[in-house]
Design a protein around this ligand. Structure first.
Ligand code: FES
Ligand SMILES: [Fe+2]
Length: 448
């Protein structure tokens, strides 16, 4: 496969997408370098770390990493792969550690990644092991936005705030509605699903369209659902530079429609008033029922108090890490109601989650068949149509709720990145860094 063919899988008008992007093993391998190693990737929320040595293990693309809080309050992100044989040096989901000792032969690394102890070092290596060259690989850039911790292997892409760009306008509604921030409810839901990670990311970016079909039975079975207040059908899609997308419905008092208690409804109404003062009226009033995706694989659901990341696990599998996120100012009863609302709809016990998972399960491998492989997929909804939606204060490019503009924006960014090989890809049969003393991380993961 020509390594410069990324654009060939999304046509010039970006209204057709080749099924290979969801199933081709070679494209998947390219994606790990060209997309994931070149993007800011969400890692964790700051409220998951209380003190120095607290850690959380996750992934950056397919690379396992440990996020650790340092004594000075900063975060260090380490590749969770021993430099001796590649064993995971930390096999816990989270905890507190003074050091990470590899279970295999016992090499021990400080929370900053430094190789600090090697069992039987003198007998095994004499004076020949230069520990300073064999620390855990460290992610070179770690930055935060409103409590979200991100990292990137790329030393050249813009700072995080610039990378996020206009999508912060909407992120703030979830992360800081009233100036008091948000907290992650302790505990992370994790599960694996069949389906390429992009099936999920693009759906969250811009597919409000699927709700009435995919989730119809779940909507009809909602406890407390009021037939007098049907789901609205007007709203917006917002495509933003960088491949980010937000979509949602407007004019919708979700809390009363869904039958929440008077206490919750009143508190949420008060939050909306405070949000209007803090964020301004347009996003505090209109952007309240939305879903979205921060390119490449961080998704959010405002109304369901949810943040999640789609970890790629091969061309047709993904692993989801999902958190409930609630306003820090929410009293216990409201916090509990929001958590239950999230769990009832999303996460492993959620009806909507299972609805979506079924669609992705049976969409997976749609390009495996010989005949199906030749039939591109249709991404033309709303293309070359003048939008009726009017949200003059929203940033980005605003379209009607029934539009695939956000998906086209997502694949435009994806194909831009996929068109340029990552310098660390195999070239001429050799990989940069191998054969050099220590094989420094900088040598193996270099800027494009
Ligand atoms: S694999 Fe880690 S010490 Fe050998
Ligand atoms: Fe859905």
């Amino acid at each position: 496969m020509d390594p410069r063919q990324g654009r060939a899988f999304v046509d010039g008008e970006r209204t057709l997408v080749d099924r290979a992007v969801f199933s081709d093993p070679a494209l998947y391998q390219q994606e790990l370098g060209r997309v994931f190693a070149r993007s800011w990737l969400f890692l964790a929320h700051e409220t998951q770390f209380g003190r120095a040595g607290d850690f959380f293990t996750t992934f950056m693309g397919a690379d396992p990493v440990i996020v650790t809080r340092q004594r000075d309050g900063t975060y260090r992100v380490l590749l969770n792969s021993c430099r001796h044989r590649g064993m995971r040096v930390c096999r816990y989901d989270s905890g507190n550690a003074k050091a990470f000792t590899c279970p295999y032969h016992g090499w021990s690394y400080g929370t900053d990644g430094t190789l600090i102890a090697v069992p039987e070092e003198r007998a095994a290596y004499g004076e020949r092991l230069d520990r300073s060259e064999w620390g855990l690989a460290a992610v070179p850039r770690v930055e935060t936005y409103k409590g979200l911790v991100f990292g990137t292997w790329d030393t050249e892409i813009p700072p995080l705030r610039e990378y996020l760009g206009d999508v912060t306008y909407f992120l703030d509604v979830l992360l800081d509605p009233d100036g008091q921030g948000a907290v992650m409810v302790p505990g992370v839901h994790k599960w694996r699903m069949r389906g390429n990670w992009k099936l999920a990311a693009e759906q969250f970016a811009g597919d409000t369209y699927h709700v009435a079909s995919t989730h119809l039975s779940a909507v009809l079975a909602e406890p407390g659902r009021s037939d007098e207040a049907p789901m609205p059908t007007t709203g917006f899609q917002v495509a933003m530079s960088g491949g980010h997308g937000i979509g949602g419905l407007d004019g919708f008092d979700y809390w009363r429609t869904a039958g929440f208690s008077e206490e919750v409804c009143e508190w949420m109404a008060g939050l909306a008033d405070r949000a209007e003062r803090h964020l301004g009226r347009p996003r505090a009033r209109d952007a309240v029922f939305f879903h979205g995706n921060v390119f490449p694989n961080l998704s959010l659901l405002f109304i369901r108090s949810n943040l999640r990341i789609w970890h790629p696990k091969g061309p047709d599998a993904m692993e989801v890490y999902s958190w409930a996120v609630v306003p820090a100012s929410a009293p216990p009863a409201v916090r509990r109601a929001l958590l239950l609302d999230y769990q009832r709809h999303f996460g492993p016990s959620g009806t909507w989650e299972q609805d979506d998972g079924e669609q992705w399960h049976y969409s997976a491998g749609s390009g495996d068949g010989f005949i199906a492989r030749g039939l591109p997929l249709h991404y033309r909804m709303g293309h070359e149509r003048v939008p009726q939606a009017s949200f003059p204060d929203f940033p980005g490019s605003v379209d009607d709720v029934y539009s695939e503009a956000n998906q086209r924006c997502f694949y435009e960014r994806w194909s831009e990145l996929m068109a340029v090989p990552h310098p660390a890809e195999f070239r001429d049969g050799a990989r940069p860094g191998i054969g050099t003393a220590g094989g420094s991380v900088d040598a193996q993961v270099v800027a494009p």
